[in-house]
Design a protein around this ligand. Structure first.
Ligand code: NAD
Length: 286
């Protein structure tokens, strides 16, 4: 039986979520996506119009299929959590049932079970501000969208994940080393995500026999990264200083995720896997 994957955090063909979906599809998995509600229309339209066809091309010459796109906003767990101004916002009125609990219920109703859960999303409204200048609201928003969203996804999805299943998130070196420019509490959010990876690995490992790992990825020019503002500097820094002096290709993260999701990684859980050309090993710039 082929595996089924739900990948949260895909709204174009530029980010890690897309690359992971593609690598899992190439390995034979059925692909379900969770797309941020405000980005849903443009993503579905672009998909339908063939804008992503070039990047849908698999090594075997076919285009990878997306079985279903679910609208999702991972900062809300249940409809009760959605504030009135969001409910009435016309960017949110385009869809229904997009809180984490509702999406999980829809996936379960549509497909019964999944094998692979991927969290490839983050948001920090004050990411361009130094931590010292970050408001409490901005800090908590970063943690809510980038860290708790993963706890919530696992809480609602793992009960219908098949034993032996695998869950993966994406993290960044700024959790453990100071990277000026990655502000707004995003460094804190990634530290929480990595710590939660260990605790959740224990909890869902014992309860559901599911593995939980996170990939610490090197810099990629995704939509989210461009919003931070220093992505070109980070890519240049990595190319100059990492053991492997090449630009990271999102497919390299996709393949690593496919490995972690596969039986080849059946004893790996609770870990941070660095897919960053080795940059994290360096203590000085050379
Ligand atoms: P991306 O823009 O492709 O992905 C981020 C996605 O999160 C977007 O599709 C966005 O719509 C979605 N999103 C934001 N808030 C959401 C919410 N409340 N609910 C649902 N979806 C929401 O960018 P990316 O860089 O590929 O990011 C994917 C992951 O990789 C993130 O966790 C990011 O922190 C991590 N990462 C990125 C880099 C990098 O250099 N790009 C490096 C290391 C780790």
């Amino acid at each position: 039986r082929g595996k089924r994957a739900f990948i949260a955090g895909v709204a174009d063909d530029q980010g890690f979520g897309w690359a992971i979906a593609k690598a899992l599809a190439a390995a034979g998995a059925e692909i379900l996506l969770g797309t941020w509600v405000p980005a849903l229309n443009i993503f579905e339209t672009s998909l339908r119009k063939g804008k992503f066809d070039e990047s849908r091309l698999l090594p075997n010459g076919s285009l990878f299929e997306i079985a279903k796109v679910y609208p999702l906003d991972a900062v809300y767990d249940t409809p009760d959590d959605v504030p009135d101004d969001v409910k009435s916002n016309k960017r949110y009125a385009v869809a229904t049932g997009w809180t984490v609990k509702e999406v999980a219920e829809s996936v379960k109703n549509d497909y019964g079970s999944i094998d692979i859960l991927v969290h490839s999303l983050a948001n920090g409204p004050e990411v361009t501000k130094p931590l010292l200048d970050t408001s409490r609201k901005g800090y908590l928003a970063a943690i809510s969208a980038s860290s708790y969203s993963y706890v919530s996804l696992l809480k609602y999805f793992s009960p219908f994940m098949n034993p032996g299943g695998s869950s993966i998130s994406l993290t960044y070196l700024a959790s453990e080393k100071t990277i000026p420019g990655y502000g707004g509490g995003m460094s804190s959010a990634k530290a929480a995500l990595e710590s939660d990876t260990r605790v959740l690995a224990f909890e869902v490992g014992r309860k559901y026999k599911i593995r939980v790992n996170t990939i610490s990825a090197g810099p990629l020019r995704s939509r989210a990264a461009k919003a931070i503002g220093f992505i070109d500097d980070m890519i240049n820094y990595s190319t100059a200083n990492a053991p492997l002096q090449k630009e990271l290709d999102s497919d390299e993260v996709g393949y690593s995720a496919a490995f972690l999701a596969s039986p080849l990684a059946s004893a790996i859980t609770g870990t941070v896997l660095y897919v960053d050309n080795g940059l994290h090993t360096m203590g000085v710039a050379v």
